[in-house]
Structure formats: structure tokens, C-alpha cells
Design a protein around this ligand. Structure first.
Ligand code: PLP
Length: 449
């Protein structure tokens, strides 16, 4: 449907009457009807354009309506729209092979799921089967999905209303240089202290009870926390020393977000399992999965894996995944992400930090950045309290409204905004979006001391 006001009214009426939305008090929301999209932009039914600075939920890596992905899905739909998982499919096999080719070390088999949460569920299930242990360690300040074990792994307030769900999870602190749990004053110190803390947690929780440690390679929704040098290597060593499976959750940062196929490639570490979703096919058809090391895959050579999904490796989703590989390679997507991140985003955010009293910290890699807002740069008091909503979150709401008024749809979480546009964003669009954020930060400045 082309944008028009009548369409807007109908979409709103149906949505409000019958659609039950995620994570929301249903009577308190007002979802924006979106009519169409192209590249980094989407349009509402009033004809307003929004530059998407959060790639929807950081999944739309190749932008809206990419012609190659649309064509691949259409072609596959015309040939074989679905096939059950115990049969072999050409596109499923090709996508698994291409993922194995870019995965680190000996990770060379793929179990496909419907999305990110179930990828983590199955990764944990594999670790529990292989080790014969039950407990899983995950970080505070993390998001791993909303299903039973994934929400228990999650280290943010979304877990609270869902407890107890999977009781065999313990949380630990990860590195966070701007708000170090240990008062560290350098990246080296943060790495050393975070690793010493993790080892203490392993010992006190009982190494012989721990199946897995799961870590977002770069923490996503909870702050674009880039691990300091040596941290992930240290996690790898601890996992080896105590016989624990290391799971890298790359649902948000895999497939180009930081300028690598897998973010662990940037840090030079090889986990035992990598989970992915979102960017694998930009979410055009739901798809996720687990990339599995030979050692773990070998365990299931003669022992059946106790798990499965009707839509594991759905051909429409896999066709879009294969097309994603072709576009990334043909258009040099990884190279352009690194280039735009280093040449355009990093210097501009440094400038915003110097200019705006509300900007406490900026950090990131590739096309994945956080601007952390504070009331007071000296004390680092957040601009809004942890988990703020309603009136307490008003300063961030005012910032977001200023962005939207000027045609940018921002990602806002607690006291942060993230810069996470589609990887195909043009340089002009990127600069325009950053200009809008610059202006909106003036609104945030109004709330500083
Ligand atoms: N893991 C991470 C790091 C995520 O960012 C997300 C979603 O935002 C998930 C897991 C859950 O993925 P899904 O919503 O596809 O279940």
C-alpha cells in the first residue's frame, strides 16, 4: 500500500484492536504504522521519511528491500518454498558451507534455528550434553533472548519478571571501562581485574558444575561494550583450564556489524560455539543458528542430538542468507563498514563528546557505537536512572523526539543512544543522521547540572 492517511487510520485501528506487542503495557503504546522502506529509510503512511539509525532491532544490515535479497526469496518461493529439516536442501547446505568458511578455527557445522533466542537455547543444550554439567555463567548487562533459558541468561531488567525460569544460571561482571566494577584506570587493569573476578566466580560456583560461559563478543543493547585487549583471550584460557564450553553470542554483532563476518575474528579468539541470527539475512525471513566446533559436533556423531525445529534451515530464509554472502562480497560491505566507522563516525562522535556536556562517553567499532549521556560529567551520574521509564526517562524521550522530528529514528536504551545504521547507508545519509543527533544532543544538554 502506498502511504496515505486512510491507510494510516486502518493500520492503527487493526493494530490497536488486535495486535499484542512485545515488552509493552498494551494500553500505553502507540506503534508507528510503517508503509514502506528502501535502503536506510522507511516511510510512514503520512509520507514522513525516517533514516533508520538502529537498523530496526539492529538486524537490517543490508537495509530495506535490498533487490538481491528480495529476488533470492522470490526465486526460492517459486521453486521450493519449504522442506522439512531431515531432508537435505541445496540453499541450506550452501549457506552452512559459506558460514563455516568465514567462521574461525575448526567451527564448521551449523544448526539452524528460527532466531537468536533459540540459537542460545540450543547452544546451551549442546554444552550441557557434551559436558554433563548444568550451570551456565553469563554477564550482568547482557541480552540473550526471551525464551526460558535465554531470558535467564539475560543480565538486564527484562529477566526480572521471568524468574525463576532456568535456575542453573549465575551472573558475573564483564569489563566496562567507563563504569568499571573495580575502579580500574586503564584497559589493561580492567582486563586483569575482570578475568580475576570471572575466575573467582568459576571457583566459587564450582567449576565441575559449569557447562558453559556465554558472552556477547561486543555487548549490544546493554551498551556497545567493546572488550579491552586480552579479555576474550583470557576467557578462552579460563574455559580451557576448567573444561567449560565458551559460547560467543553474535546475534547482534555477527555478519558485518563491526566490520567482520564474526566479531571474534576482530579479537583473534575461537569460541567453541557461535550463535547468530539478525544480520545473517537482515531478518527478511526469520533465521538464526549455532556454529559448532568439530570437537562438539563429534560428540553427536554417534549420539543423537536431542533437539529440533520444524523450520530449521527454512529454504526462504537460507536463500536470503546465501544472497547476503553474495552482496557482502560483491559490494565490499565489511571494508566499507570499517572505513565509515573509522573515517566518519569515530571522529564525529569525539567531536560531539567535546561539544556537548551531556555526552559522558562514546565507544564502538565499525557501524556499532554508543553515546552514553550523563547529568554530570564529573560524577558520571547517568542522564536518566538505570531502568528508568515514564517521567524518569523524560530527558531521553525528549532526545528521541528531537531526532524523530528531524527524520531520524534513533536507538535509545536507558541513558544511551546507539549509532547502528544499515551497513549500506551512504556517507551522505550517515553524516546527515549524525548532524541530527548533534542537534538533538542540545536538548539533552538542557538536563545536565
Ligand atoms: N542475543 C543478542 C545479543 C541479541 O541482541 C538478541 C536480540 O536482540 C538476541 C540474542 C535474541 O534474538 P531474537 O530476538 O531473534 O530471539
Amino acid at each position: 500500500a502506498l502511504p496515505d492517511a486512510a491507510g494510516d487510520a486502518q493500520v492503527r485501528a487493526d493494530d490497536r484492536a488486535h495486535v499484542f506487542h512485545s515488552w509493552s503495557a498494551q494500553a500505553l503504546i502507540d506503534p508507528l504504522p510503517v508503509a514502506t522502506g528502501e535502503g536506510s529509510t522507511f516511510w510512514d503512511y503520512q509520507g514522513n521519511a525516517y533514516l533508520d539509525f538502529s537498523s530496526q532491532l539492529v538486524n537490517l544490515n543490508l537495509g530495506h528491500q535490498h533487490p538481491d535479497l528480495v529476488a533470492a526469496i522470490q526465486q526460492q518461493a517459486g521453486r521450493l518454498a519449504t522442506i522439512q529439516p531431515s531432508m537435505a536442501s541445496d540453499v541450506r547446505g550452501e549457506l552452512a558451507r559459506r558460514i563455516a568458511e568465514v567462521a574461525p578455527g575448526d567451527l564448521d557445522k551449523v544448526f539452524f534455528t528460527n532466531g537468536g533466542a533459540d540459537a542460545n537455547e540450543y547452544a546451551v543444550r549442546m554444552a550441557r550434553q557434551v559436558t554433563g554439567r548444568r550451570k551456565v555463567l553469563s554477564m550482568y548487562r547482557s541480552y540473550h533472548g526471551s525464551t526460558a533459558t535465554a531470558i535467564s541468561l539475560t543480565g538486564d531488567p527484562r529477566r526480572w519478571a521471568n524468574e525463576p525460569s532456568d535456575g542453573s544460571v549465575a551472573h558475573f561482571f564483564g569489563p566496562y571501562e567507563y563504569r568499571s566494577a573495580w575502579g580500574s584506570t586503564s584497559p589493561e587493569e580492567e582486563t586483569a581485574r575482570a578475568l580475576a573476578h570471572l575466575e573467582q566466580v568459576i571457583v566459587l560456583e564450582g567449576a565441575s558444575t559449569i557447562a558453559a560461559i556465554i558472552i556477547e563478543t561486543v555487548v549490544g543493547t546493554n551498551g556497545v561494550l567493546v572488550p579491552p585487549p586480552g579479555y576474550l583471550q583470557g576467557v578462552r584460557e579460563l574455559a580451557d583450564r576448567y573444561g567449560i564450553v565458551y559460547i560467543a553470542d553474535e546475534v547482534m554483532v555477527g555478519f558485518g556489524r563491526i566490520g567482520e563476518w564474526f566479531a571474534v575474528n576482530h579479537f583473534g579468539v575461537t569460541p567453541d560455539l557461535i550463535t547468530f541470527a539478525k544480520g545473517v539475512n537482515s531478518g527478511y525471513v526469520p533465521l538464526g543458528g549455532v556454529v559448532i566446533s568439530q570437537r562438539i559436533a563429534a560428540h553427536f556423531d554417534t549420539v543423537a542430538f536431542p533437539g529440533g525445529l520444524t523450520y530449521s534451515g527454512h529454504p526462504l530464509a537460507c536463500a536470503a542468507g546465501v544472497a547476503t554472502f553474495e552482496v557482502f562480497e560483491r559490494d565490499g560491505i565489511l571494508e566499507r563498514v570499517r572505513d565509515l566507522g573509522e573515517r566518519v563516525v569515530a571522529p564525529r562522535l569525539a567531536e560531539l563528546q567535546a561539544k556537548h556536556p551531556s555526552v559522558g562517553d562514546v565507544r564502538g567499532l565499525g557501524l556499532f557505537w554508543a553515546i552514553e549521556l550523563v547529568k554530570d560529567r564529573e560524577t558520571r551520574e547517568p542522564l536518566v536512572p538505570f531502568n528508568a521509564s515514564g517521567a524518569a526517562a523524560a530527558p531521553m524521550a525528549a532526545f528521541a523526539a528531537a531526532c524523530k522530528q528531524n527524520g531520524v529514528s534513533p536507538f535509545v536504551h536507558f541513558n544511551r543512544t546507539h549509532v547502528a545504521p544499515p551497513l549500506v547507508i551512504t556517507e551522505d545519509e550517515l553524516v546527515r543522521g549524525l548532524d541530527v543527533i548533534d542537534e538533538a544532543l542540545t536538548v539533552a544538554d538542557g538536563y545536565t547540572v
